[in-house]
Design a protein around this ligand. Structure first.
Ligand code: NG6
Ligand code: CA
Length: 517
């Protein structure tokens, strides 16, 4: 080869090589729209695509039929605030104080400057929004300034827009928060929120119990709004108050509006439903639509919301360019403080499917929950046994969008994108820590089909759903083989001391090591 020809071929090679690398980089980063639909208190067995026969969820079933349905899909905790904290930050909630169920006047649980799934996607050019239940506190160390600026909030940790139920529907106040303000607040009728009775004659669920449209069974006996007494006290803000019956419609209305406005850029929508959290007050048109009472009717309402969102994506031609993820924030509970007939009307329905425990518990029923991914044309349809968790969405979506995770961010979030996209040779997690609420509670560790339970908290042991544990003298550690005993009935720790030892050491290291990634 002559020198000029050699130089020419070298250039040709370099051109091909670099342009090839270029295409690889471009095709490696995919930026579909992402819609995460998180249900509240929805159990493994609560959907017809997960085996429920007493309630029908056609829209969610369609999502599952068109995508991947996970049989080992988890949220990281068995209550709301820690799961949501972990989903957003990619960090286990037990690592940080103040991540247990947030009270009405909780300050922001996630500090500004913390990297979140939303801030990571913003870096990749996404528009980001959270619409629905927040329950991660608002405001600085003094808590929310309800009549002023609610800052910090979602906008300080990566969301361009928020439209919120600030705490839970059973915690005061029953108002919407749009960005930094209570929506429709008349400052001549200021909103006051506290944990003590504001005046001796303030009507409560205790003093005016006979006026309630839904009676309470435990807790929930403070300020009355919409005929329902709540956790905590408040006065004022009447023009801003919502009707429980209208929440689902409002989440859908605001989401459709926001998707329409953002259809031309990649967007990330966290659709955070309040269903089926107590008080379960579905819209009048859903009442009586299931044989399970208001708990089942709320599942029907949730399913309707999913249908409206997927219809919107279809209408705007976004279905083949949108990854939809459906999940829950913790396992199921029947009586969570109101007499809504959930127990009486439950019949043969199994809210946690084959699993034991539920909300508040580190048994599988507490965190193993429905998890579905759909991206038409990209994700094959099928059922996956890979272990994936809501805590992994941050690392996985960052990887998909081509964003490098900073070493100190999302320290417990694993990139399980291959599994979430239903790729053949993908493997999910090889271990997962489960927790109940906040710090210092109980833990679960799943490794392959082994499940280790570690019981540290007496109080959590006595929570209703774990009654079988509370009544026996629970030793700190128990071991189960989920392949033969999914219900965690048979403690096999004595038969497998070497497995127990290995898992105890692994769990201790994961808890004390400060990070798992
Ligand atoms: C509990 C409430 C329960 C529910 C839960 C939080 C009582 C007796 N129980 O303290 O009703 O609100 O907190 O649920 O008040 S979560 O899904 O938001 O974590
Ligand atoms: Ca919840």
């Amino acid at each position: 080869m002559t020198l000029p020809r050699f130089i020419l071929s070298l250039f040709a090679f370099l051109f091909l090589f670099t342009s090839n690398v270029g295409t690889q980089v471009v095709s490696a980063a995919e930026k579909p729209n992402i819609v995460v639909i998180m249900a509240d208190d929805l159990g493994y067995g609560d959907l017809s695509c997960y085996g429920a026969t007493h309630v029908s969820t056609p829209h969610i079933d369609r999502l599952a039929a068109d995508g991947q349905r996970f049989t080992s899909g988890y949220c990281s905790a068995s209550t709301c605030t820690p799961t949501r904290y972990s989903f957003l930050t990619g960090n286990y909630a037990f690592r940080r104080k103040g991540t247990g169920i947030a009270p009405p006047n909780s300050p922001a649980v996630i500090q500004p400057g913390t990297e979140t799934i939303a801030s990571l996607l913003q870096k990749a050019g996404y528009q980001t929004a959270v619409i629905g239940k927040w329950h991660l506190g608002l405001g600085g160390s003094d808590g929310p300034d309800w009549n002023g600026e609610l800052n910090p909030g979602p906008q300080e940790i990566g969301f361009n827009y928020n439209f919120l139920l600030p705490t839970t529907n059973d915690r005061v106040p029953q108002v919407y928060v749009e960005n930094h303000r209570v929506l429709n607040l008349d400052l001549k009728d200021p909103l006051w929120v506290g944990n003590k009775k504001p005046s001796p004659d303030h009507p409560t669920g205790l003093t005016h119990r006979d006026t309630l449209k839904m009676d309470w069974s435990h807790g929930h006996n403070s300020t009355i709004h919409n005929g329902i007494s709540r956790i905590g006290f408040y006065t004022g803000g009447h023009a801003a108050r919502f009707r429980d019956e209208d929440l689902a419609d409002e989440w859908v209305k605001q989401s459709v509006k926001w998707i329409e406005a953002n259809k031309d850029n990649p967007f990330f929508l966290f659709f955070s439903s309040h269903d089926l959290h107590v008080p379960r007050i579905p819209h009048e048109r859903f009442q009586g639509k299931s044989p399970l009472g208001f708990r089942g009717d709320s599942i029907v309402q949730l399913d309707w919301c999913v249908g409206e969102l997927t219809k919107t994506l279809d209408r705007l031609g976004l279905t083949e360019n949108t990854l939809v993820v459906f999940c829950s924030d913790n396992g199921p509970v029947l009586d969570d403080g109101y007499k809504d007939g959930a127990i009486e009307k439950n019949g043969q329905h199994k809210p946690a499917g084959p699993y034991s425990g539920g909300k508040y518990s580190v048994l599988e029923g507490g965190t193993r929950t429905p998890l579905i991914t759909r991206w038409k044309g990209r994700i094959p349809s099928g059922v996956s046994e890979d272990v994936v968790c809501t805590i992994d969405f941050a690392a996985s979506f960052a990887a998909m969008a081509g964003i490098q995770l900073p070493a100190e961010a999302c320290v417990d979030s694993f990139n399980v994108l291959g599994s979430l996209l239903g790729e053949k040779n993908a493997r999910g997690r090889d271990h997962l820590v489960q927790q109940d609420n906040g710090q210092g509670g109980n833990f679960g560790l799943r490794v392959d089909n082994w499940k280790l339970q570690r019981h540290d908290s007496r109080q959590a042991r006595n929570v209703k759903v774990s009654v079988e544990l509370a009544n026996t003298k629970v030793s700190r550690y128990r071991l189960f083989d989920l392949s033969t005993d999914p219900g965690e009935h048979q403690n096999v720790i004595d038969a497998h001391p070497e497995v127990a030892e290995r898992l105890i050491a692994q769990l201790t290291k994961l808890i004390e090591g400060g990070r798992s990634r």
